[in-house]
Design a protein around this ligand. Structure first.
Ligand code: MRU
Length: 368
């Protein structure tokens, strides 16, 4: 997407052994690009949320595997790469895209035990993972567009009010985003839209990142405190809820940023369509019940402190009594029964086992 007239992805191959990414911890106040040279750099960037968001985590893991190959000891390529994969998998447990990327990379070098050949294959696959992510998000935009178009027609061209939570925008992927892709497609087609952006405590992916990227694309939006959504829905100020997900199970349960479940409950109570937009790489075909999804618990400091701009400097401040304990559950699970539909790269379907399988018949185990 564009930043001051220049096209960027969130992560890209810069040079032999050098990967670059946007440092998201500095946004919206500073736009910084950082270099990653080693798998340790990638792991640090993931752990500190310099790179974050389901699709981008997958792409970063793909490039992390590529960088890891440079450090392979002679004669030990395969086990070194297996170990690198385990380290990446241990970073953030909820987003299934990391697993998809690590497994894809290990597959790409299954018959390779020579470092030089491995590096070439890993770069090719990492670029393919990133390209596929962008392509899937683009298609999600095309499929989701019709939902917004229908509402716009019904409202006689009045702005379509969309509520979103967290950042399932292009910053969370390689390009376009998932929840935002239909919004950008509609906006680019001249359909009037307005986005309610949940601030998304504790890390404020909504107020920092979604607001920043919508602003850069010229999409009208308003940031609201996290608990505002229910009220807006009761007042008829939300036409549709569009969110992303870090892992959708085979039966359509969706893990997303903490607070998403409450939005789904409020949407159900107010008869407002609630859609989850995901690429197929975020579907965990091995898991049925969303209750089994591992919910990442992050440092309580993210709850206790807030970061913002003070006197022109990015500053971190304590919000709570110093000695209070804080718990930081990063995600929750919205059951499929609360989801109106899932917008995928292959089309829109009901959030259930049969409909998801019909869109992706190749995932049906052979013989049944
Ligand atoms: O903790 P983050 O910022 O990596 O959160 C993940 C997400 O970006 C959201 O849960 C998002 O809504 C899902 S789609 C990337």
């Amino acid at each position: 997407m564009n930043v001051q007239g220049k096209h960027y992805r969130t992560i890209w191959f810069k040079d032999y052994g050098v990967i670059q990414a946007i440092d998201q911890t500095k946004l919206p106040h500073e736009f910084c690009i950082e270099d990653m040279h080693t798998i340790d750099d990638v792991i640090a960037a993931i752990n500190t949320m310099h790179v974050r968001g389901a699709g981008l985590l997958g792409a970063a893991a793909g490039y992390g595997m590529y960088l890891a190959a440079f450090e392979a000891p002679e004669g030990n390529f395969s086990s070194h790469m297996e170990e690198a994969g385990k380290r990446l998998l241990a970073t953030r447990p909820t987003a299934v895209n990391i697993r998809m990327a690590v497994e894809g990379q290990l597959n790409a070098i299954r018959d390779v035990d020579e470092q030089k050949e491995g590096i070439e294959k890993l770069l090719k696959k990492a670029n393919a993972i990133a390209d596929e992510d962008a392509e899937f998000c683009w298609r999600i935009g095309e499929h989701g567009l019709r939902l917004i178009e229908e509402i716009s027609k019904r409202k006689g061209g009045e702005p379509v009010n969309i509520l979103t939570h967290c950042n399932a925008g292009w910053l969370a992927f390689v390009d376009y985003g998932t929840a935002t892709a239909p919004i950008y497609a509609a906006h680019n087609k001249g359909i009037a839209v307005h986005v309610w952006v949940d601030e998304t405590r504790p890390v404020n992916q909504g107020s920092r990142l979604t607001a920043w990227e919508l602003g850069h694309q010229g999409v009208p939006h308003t940031v609201v405190a996290d608990n505002t959504g229910g009220h807006l829905m009761q007042k008829g100020l939300v036409d549709i809820v569009l969110v992303g997900s870090d892992r959708v199970t085979r039966r359509g349960d969706a893990a997303n940023k903490i607070g998403t479940y409450l939005k789904a409950l409020a949407a159900k109570d107010n008869n407002i369509p609630f859609y989850v937009a995901i690429p197929s790489t975020s579907i965990d075909w091995r898991m049925m019940d969303g209750g089994a999804i591992q919910i990442e618990q992050r440092s309580g400091d993210e709850v206790k402190y807030i970061t913002g701009l003070a006197d022109g400097k990015i500053t971190r401040m304590l919000l709570t009594p110093e000695n209070s304990e804080a718990a930081n559950y990063a995600f929750d699970v919205t059951p499929g029964r609360l989801i109106t539909g899932i917008i995928t790269d292959r089309g829109i379907c009901k959030a259930d086992f049969v409909n998801l399988m019909q869109l992706y018949p190749e995932t049906i185990p052979k013989g049944g």
